[in-house]
Design a protein around this ligand. Sequence first.
Ligand code: HEC
Ligand code: HEC
Length: 427
Amino acid sequence: MSRQKIYLLLGLILFSSAIGIFSWFARAAEWTPAEIKTLQSLSLSSLPPLAPDKSNRVADDPRAVALGQQLYFDARFSKDGAVSCASCHMPDLNFQDARAHGRGMADTRRRTQSIVGSAYFEWFFWDGRRDSLWSQALSPLESTNEHGGDRAQYARLISENYRAEYEALFGALPDLLDSPKSNVPAHASPIGDETVRAAWDQMPRSDQENISRVFANIGKAIAAYERKILPGASRFDEYVDAVTRNDSKRTNEIFSADERAGLKLFVGKANCVQCHNTPLFTDDEFHNTGIPQHAETEHDLGRAEGAIGNFEDEFKCWSEFSDDAERDCPQLRYMQARGGEITGAFKTPSLRKTQYVAPFMHNAWYTTLSEILDHYNRAPAATIGTTELKPLNLSEQELKQLEAFLLTLTAPVNAPPGLLQDPFATK
Ligand code: HEC
Ligand code: HEC
């Protein structure tokens, strides 16, 4: 062998071992300390216990959870006796319905959201038009295309079917509901069709207040139930725990190379964490991400409409129906109520799912994760308002990796199994 050849060989050996050492280091330091902080901030291990809800004094009372579960599944609380919360928020489908529009008395305007973990949120609905879990629950009950009934009907149903459970929690039902002398009209409410409103207008003011209070308490019991429906630990959470322990054997067992690369993109180059952050993978805020709108049927201003709804809500944070004596409500007082940023903006959905239930987005525009990722990659101009997104220019492979990562967030719901069952189901 010539001297030249020997040098070449030696050079090659040195070069390849340098690469080997380099990649060994690269693997050992898969995540920088800053990245590890971000990963931990997304992990369920960082989710604080639910804060007490001062506006709902039965929020954590097990008797309210039990009553709330009954009311959640009880289809008598509807116009035709066939619609319950579970008609659209089905325990088997990530508490959604796999439909483009929820189906109650008619079709809802937007797609059904999940209720898993919703007790952590400050704003409810795609446009945030309600500010507490219990006031949210009252909306579908009286909405004409959801349950379609009214509060007089519901107060009577409570008096006839849940008197003992109700009174143990909230005190005596108002005298006016005592049958047979009950003089509450069969149907009455300040919202709804003309006859229902006319019947309401004829009721004395004190009766109206009493009925509305029973109605608000229905919402508070349902909210106590919803507070128990939480996201369970996913493969992602196991991964972060292993990263925290610096257990590289486990991290490699839990995540494939693609899943890890997808996570890296999620917190890095693709910057999904700008909005999908906290252990629930949502900032609970509103963003215009330029989801196209159905030109003929949809003109949805999103948060710009929701902010008006917050002030119009009869059960809002500072209403007389709140159990919080202070009624301070800074989030409502200081919320952004106008401006270009909230036009066409919708609430960031949580990416923690028991399963990904298509279709997606507020208007069900997309049906697959790869379509969604293609959307983020292109960042098309918005139909209404201005999109906050910028094109990402990710490769096909990177998009696949992001998708692989998203699927690691699926996990069973974290709730006592009994709470996932319809108490009225015939066995
Ligand atoms: C007919 C279908 C339907 C019924 C019945 C229904 N919902 Fe919904 N729910 C929806 C739709 C659709 C949305 C989103 C609506 C919007 O943003 O305009 C929603 C939104 C919600 C949200 C907001 C979640 C979030 O992250 O902001 C909660 C909580 C909720 N519903 C709970 C309930 C409860 C409790 C009941 C029963 C009292 C109920 N729903 C009845 C379809 C339904
Ligand atoms: C500027 C804030 C923002 C950023 C950045 C962002 N998202 Fe979103 N995401 C949203 C909002 C808002 C929606 C709902 C939009 C709508 O319905 O109009 C959404 C919806 C989704 C959905 C559909 C979930 C469902 O249940 O319908 C997925 C999946 C998703 N985003 C993943 C991602 C990924 C992956 C990234 C990074 C590539 C990302 N998002 C970046 C705000 C954001």
